[in-house]
Design a protein around this ligand. Structure first.
Ligand SMILES: *Cc1c(COP(=O)(O)O)cnc(C)c1O
Length: 377
């Protein structure tokens, strides 16, 4: 993979030394104050709405030093220029706002339910047209992009865990449409930059619900976009959008995510190893009818025998796993996705989404096993 130079472009560590460091090291080392004697090792939470005149930034809707520290780290991990937002959906909304009125957006059928709902809302208002594609269908995605303005990708998809060959799609788009291809934006929330960096494959923008793995502790909402080094035009438009529409993160939230990102790699390593162990046991479990696991990461979806009621009984019977929505925290979570009215109706009624945390693997298995006993009722 040919990742772009992570220290390229504005807002990044100018220190050439950092170019050679591994992703896990950069997650720890970047976004720090200069090493002056007596300086703090962490950036402060900068609570201010305005700045003394004649500096680089005059008002805190435009930028904030705590966001900038986080943006330096996220930009480096994804290989581009990062912008933080109030939430993942605020970041996605900024990307969708790039589409001109009457434009066309191509999106996977099983993208995150909030993303599909946001697109449906804009389509209902007559602002854009949505073409729905199957995440694994590389040829179908490329064909659907004829005359499109924006291609949204999400791999793995939430909660169906389908994979898109992002590299293959980008190659196909280049061959078929050349420079006339749509803007390609990839939701990297499930995979995280530890598993894949779509900008290195030629995507234009990476989107994140930093609420999930990047923050990692179920304690804050935050979103991020990272634009490719060659797309300063998009970075500029998205920055303007953020300043004018105001979906900005609080400085405390940015600080919490920065704190969370320091341990992203170790949390994921642990959680992914546990997920693999649980998947192997779930595959042999009599009430589990299907296991959806892409082979990496710590998200697993299962379908249990007995329909939605059985699935709800399992979620309710857990004692260690938290029965709650959301994902990517240190604590393991379980939820039947179709309990949400916004969830796409081709997601199976009995699908339980598991977000594997960092607890002891045997404790997690024991709790899951006793909860699965509740399935038959
Ligand atoms: C949660 C999620 C979002 C939305 O992020 P928020 O921070 O909740 O606004 C977007 N995409 C994916 C894949 C998600 O899981």
């Amino acid at each position: 993979m040919n990742a772009p130079d992570p220290t390229d472009g504005p807002g990044h560590a100018p220190d050439a030394h950092h170019r050679r460091l591994a992703s896990s090291t950069r997650a720890v080392a970047l976004g720090r104050p200069p090493r002056d004697p007596g300086a703090p090792v962490n950036v402060p939470v900068t609570f201010t709405s305005t700045f003394v005149a004649d500096g680089p930034v005059d008002y805190a809707r435009v930028s904030n030093p705590t966001w900038e520290a986080l943006e330096e780290v996220l930009g480096s991990l994804e290989g581009g220029r990062a912008l933080t937002f109030a939430s993942g959906l605020a970041a996605i909304s900024a990307v969708v706002s790039l589409v001109p009125v009457g434009g066309v957006v191509v999106a996977p059928r099983h993208a995150y339910s909030g993303t599909t709902a946001q697109l449906a809302e804009r389509a209902a208002a007559g602002l854009l047209t949505v073409r729905t594609v199957q995440a694994e269908d590389t040829t179908g995605i490329v064909e659907a992009c004829d005359g499109a303005d924006l291609l949204l990708l999400e791999s793995p998809t939430n909660p169906m865990m389908e994979l898109t060959d992002v590299r293959g799609v980008l190659r196909g788009l280049g061959q078929r449409y050349g420079d006339a291809r749509p803007v390609v934006a990839c939701d990297n929330t499930f995979a995280t930059p530890v598993a894949q960096q779509p900008l290195g494959w030629g995507a234009d923008v990476v989107m994140h619900s930093a609420t999930k793995y990047l923050a990692g502790h179920s304690d804050t909402l935050l979103g991020a976009l990272v634009t490719a080094p060659g797309r300063a035009d998009l970075a500029e438009r998205l920055h303007t959008h953020r300043s004018l529409h105001g979906a900005v993160p609080g400085p405390m939230e940015a600080w919490l995510v920065l704190r969370g990102v320091r341990t992203l790699h170790v949390r994921l390593e642990r959680a992914s190893a546990t997920a693999e162990l649980l998947v192997n046991r779930l595959l042999d479990h009599p009430v589990v009818e299907a296991v959806r696991y892409p082979g990496f990461g710590a998200m697993v979806s299962i379908e249990v025998a007995g329909g939605p009621e059985a699935a709800e009984r399992v979620a309710a019977a857990t004692r260690l796993w938290t029965h709650s929505t959301s994902l990517g925290g240190v604590e393991s979570q379980i939820e039947r996705r179709r309990r949400h009215p916004l969830e796409v109706d081709s997601v199976p009624e009995s699908l339980l989404r598991l977000s594997v945390g960092v607890e002891d693997p045997e404790d997690l298995w024991a709790d899951l096993e006793q909860a699965l006993e509740a399935a038959p009722g």
